[in-house]
Design a binder for this molecule. Structure first.
Ligand code: PRP
Length: 185
């Protein structure tokens, strides 16, 4: 690849390569295409982390979909969430009677998804489900139903494919863990 790759090999351990991601996305897209055939589907991406996953998923589904966005952030000290999820960008369209799938890159505690599911249910959609590529299952504190789940990941500081370290590395085509000795946090 590029010099970017060389710099990052120094501090990252690749956990999920691009091909594995592609296969997982294809599997989820196939299920969604089947489940929502003939239905009016809106994919709701959760900024910013969902961008690569949403873009790939939307292109892999074989049914028409619309794309909308919300942005949520958890207050915390940077590495641990405080538990309070704030909606920093709301939908700018009415989603009444539409079928919605919230699309996010990763579920950790589950607080973000739980908050968004509760919020969108109040908008009276025809249905609302969630699609998440990465599942940090050991960190879950909320009981949240996720219909479309991709790959389980360990409880490590992850970057790539939408996940950032101080806003960097979201553009990596793979998922990597930051080596603990390089973190300094
Ligand atoms: C990340 C991720 C999820 C959320 C998952 O977003 O994209 O939205 O955290 O954590 P949870 O299950 O514990 O709620 P983040 O708040 O880091 O914002 P970002 O997508 O802009 O990086």
């Amino acid at each position: 690849m590029t010099s970017y790759q060389i710099v990052m090999d120094d501090e990252l351990e690749i956990l999920i390569d691009a091909e594995t991601i592609e296969n997982a996305v294809a599997g989820l897209a196939e299920r969604i295409s089947r489940d929502y055939a003939g239905k009016d589907l809106v994919l709701v991406g959760v900024l910013k982390g969902a961008v690569p996953f949403l873009a790939d998923l939307a292109r892999a589904v074989t049914i028409p979909v619309e794309l909308e966005f919300v942005e949520a952030s958890s207050y915390g000290n940077g590495t641990a969430s405080s538990g309070e999820v704030r909606l920093t960008r709301d939908l700018d369209r009415d989603v009444t009677a539409r079928h919605l799938i919230i699309v996010d890159c990763i579920v950790d505690t589950g607080r973000t998804l739980k908050t968004l599911l509760e919020l969108l249910r109040k908008r009276l959609p025809a249905s609302v489900e969630a699609a998440v590529l990465l599942d940090k299952h050991v960190c879950r504190t909320e009981d949240v139903g996720i219909r479309y789940q991709g790959l389980e990941v360990p409880d490590r500081f992850l970057v790539g494919y939408g996940l950032d370290w101080a806003q960097k590395y979201r553009n990596l085509p793979y998922v990597a863990a930051v080596l603990p000795e390089k973190m300094n946090i």
